[in-house]
Design a protein around this ligand. Structure first.
Ligand code: R5P
Length: 318
């Protein structure tokens, strides 16, 4: 099946790329390096002429990783690949999907435009932050859900019923899908305010739903500064919740954001490997990294063989 295709990756998450290739029982090769001045240097080490090419690269941290992705796509296009799929497990800049204040760009649309301009024929991603972004993409975009791998783990970890909590209004649909699948005893929605003038500062103002005496599962797509999770934990404890478990797809874990897990009420954090984690994260006993490699391998296998992807979508989330 993989005779006529190539899997290439950059420096953002080589471990994930190699794991995907292993599931597909095929080889993969790293295509990125640096010139002596620090600029990104791409070289495809084998011919891609008339091959389908899967370029695997999350775009966090931003900057060079999106450039590497675009340059690898460009190299494949100029090398006469027959079709190029950008596999972007974490789609960076997706949160900047509107001009929140005058003078701001729509960085999400720019990031999507760059990938398309480079020559990708298709994008595969996981838990895209903003569904609005699909409107800025004119090539096929498959947005897979990490719930497919997180829910089985949560099912075996959560011993008693939990209340599933969305830490903000934007995440309610996702949390609702988790609640249904986990047969949760209830749901809660937090009203979060973010001060746009102060980077990353959020405040949980209020909560709808009963959490007193209950264990809570907070479900979110991104953990960046940790401010959203911290303020959610604060309000949950204030309202009488017991133990807290967190399930998050993309663990950016910026700066000292992990300090909050010292809070004894937080028992466990489930996170995927869309982003490469430092070993202190991967080996933290409160954190369980759940791999999305098999899900992405399955998606690639289906694209390659022309099978529909709908069977591997968690449709309830739509
Ligand atoms: C926001 O809409 C997202 O779903 C996440 O809640 C947010 O991006 C998390 O960011 P932070 O960890 O910086 O609060």
């Amino acid at each position: 099946m993989f005779e006529n295709c190539s899997i290439v990756y950059g420096s953002a998450n080589p471990k994930l790329a190699r794991k995907i290739a292993k599931y597909l029982n095929t080889s993969s090769c790293k295509a990125s390096g640096r010139f002596s001045d620090g600029e990104v240097r791409i070289k495809l080490t084998e011919s891609v002429r008339r091959k389908t090419v899967y370029v695997i690269q999350p775009t966090n941290p931003s900057g060079d990783n999106i450039l590497e992705l675009c340059f690898m796509i460009d190299a494949a296009r100029r090398g006469s690949a027959s079709e190029i799929t950008a596999v972007v497990p974490y789609f960076g800049y997706a949160r900047q999907d509107r001009t929140a204040r005058p003078g701001e760009p729509i960085s999400a649309a720019m990031a999507a435009g760059m990938i398309q301009y480079a020559g990708a024929d298709r994008i595969v991603t996981i838990d895209l932050h903003s569904e609005q972004l699909t409107g800025a993409v004119t090539i096929p975009l498959d947005n897979l859900y990490a719930s497919r791998v997180l829910i089985p783990k949560l099912k075996s970890y959560l011993k008693r019923n939990v209340v599933v909590v969305s830490p903000d209004r934007g995440g309610f649909k996702r949390a609702n899908a988790y609640a249904k699948r986990l047969n949760a005893s209830g749901m809660a929605l937090i009203f979060k305010n973010r001060d746009l003038n102060v980077n990353d500062q959020t405040e949980s103002q209020d909560i709808i739903g009963k959490v007193k005496g209950c264990d809570a599962l907070i479900v979110d797509d991104i953990w960046s500064s940790g401010s959203t999770i911290k303020s959610a934990v604060d309000i949950l404890l204030e309202k009488g919740a017991n133990k807290i478990v967190v399930a998050v797809t993309h663990g950016l874990f910026a700066g000292k954001s992990l300090d909050i897990i010292k809070n004894p009420a937080i028992k466990k954090i489930f996170v995927t490997d869309t982003i490469s984690h430092a070993s202190k994260i991967a080996h933290n006993r409160k954190i369980e990294v759940v791999s999305i490699a098999e899900l992405l391998a399955e998606a690639i296998g289906r694209i390659q063989s022309g099978k529909p992807l709908r069977e591997i979508f968690d449709v309830e989330q739509n």
